[in-house]
Design a protein around this ligand. Structure first.
Ligand SMILES: C[S@@+](CC[C@H](N)C(=O)[O-])C[C@H]1O[C@@H](n2cnc3c(N)ncnc32)[C@H](O)[C@@H]1O
Length: 239
């Protein structure tokens, strides 16, 4: 998968995109990530990327021309084989498992990071999707872009070594993950559930499934409702 990031703070990505699983996936060429400085597409003397808002009011607005040129440079203005352009915005569709898998299925994605009061509204026509990471406002789109990359990378074959580990995680099957334990078997009198030490894999599977359902019922009953509604819809379709 290819990801182009358009930002005015390229250095913010050092670390999250060079370490851990994402760094390894880039080394192995499973993920091809390029970071582009929008400022380098500004043509005026000061390389300005923002200006005062028309109509007055607080703050600055990101200018449309440097962004247009940055988007053109990564092929977003082509008619054919256009990349999928995502603007990280608090006003977008909220990021969740389903949206992440949708974006992860794309071959080429462009992530646009806003700043200040946001981007000049005329840029909206070039975005295929606006994605929010939650109902709160951050100073810029860089952290949301990093979150999105981290989430989608886990769905790309080869990024996480064991596929089963991704598939058992929370949300994959609509449920929360079961609890995990590791050595020692007893710590300060706290014991690991005996079934996990029994060596009986069938019993462990049953226990884990029960735990998963129980946790979801207690912590996120809304997820169970979602599963039931989905089942009803499928039944109706089959009839
Ligand atoms: C200070 S915010 C602008 C907020 C905008 N004036 C509004 O109220 O909708 C600057 C930039 O941060 C990014 N951003 C802030 N919060 C975000 C969120 N929850 N999800 C995704 N991007 C966000 C966007 O790229 C946005 O253009």
């Amino acid at each position: 998968m290819k990801i182009d990031i358009l930002t005015i703070f390229p250095d913010m990505f050092t670390g999250p995109l060079t370490e851990s699983l994402i760094g390894k996936a880039r080394d192995k060429k499973i993920l091809d990530i390029a970071i582009h400085d929008i400022r380098s597409f500004a043509t005026d003397k000061h390389h300005s990327v923002d200006d005062k808002p028309f109509g007055g009011g607080p703050g600055m607005v990101m200018k449309v021309e440097p962004l247009y040129r940055a988007l053109s440079s990564v092929g977003a203005m082509r008619k054919k084989n256009r990349p999928y352009v995502v603007y990280l915005s608090p006003q977008g569709r909220q990021l969740g498992h389903a949206l992440a898998t949708e974006i992860a299925s794309r071959k080429h994605v462009v992530l646009v990071c806003g700043h200040y009061e946001g981007i000049d509204e005329r840029a909206e026509r070039w975005f295929d999707e606006e994605v929010s990471i939650g109902d709160y406002v951050l100073t810029g789109g860089e952290l949301p872009a990093m979150v999105l990359i981290d989430v989608i990378a886990r769905f790309i074959p080869g990024v996480v070594k064991e596929r089963a580990s991704v598939e058992q995680d929370s949300f994959y099957n609509g449920l929360l993950d079961y609890p995990h334990y590791t050595r020692p078997a007893v710590f300060k009198g706290m014991k690991v559930p005996p079934v996990l030490l029994s060596g009986n894999h069938a019993q462990m599977d049953v226990w884990r499934t029960e735990q998963s359902h129980e946790r979801t019922r207690r912590r996120r009953p809304d997820l169970l409702k979602g599963i039931q509604q989905k089942k009803k819809r499928t039944k109706r379709r089959i009839k």
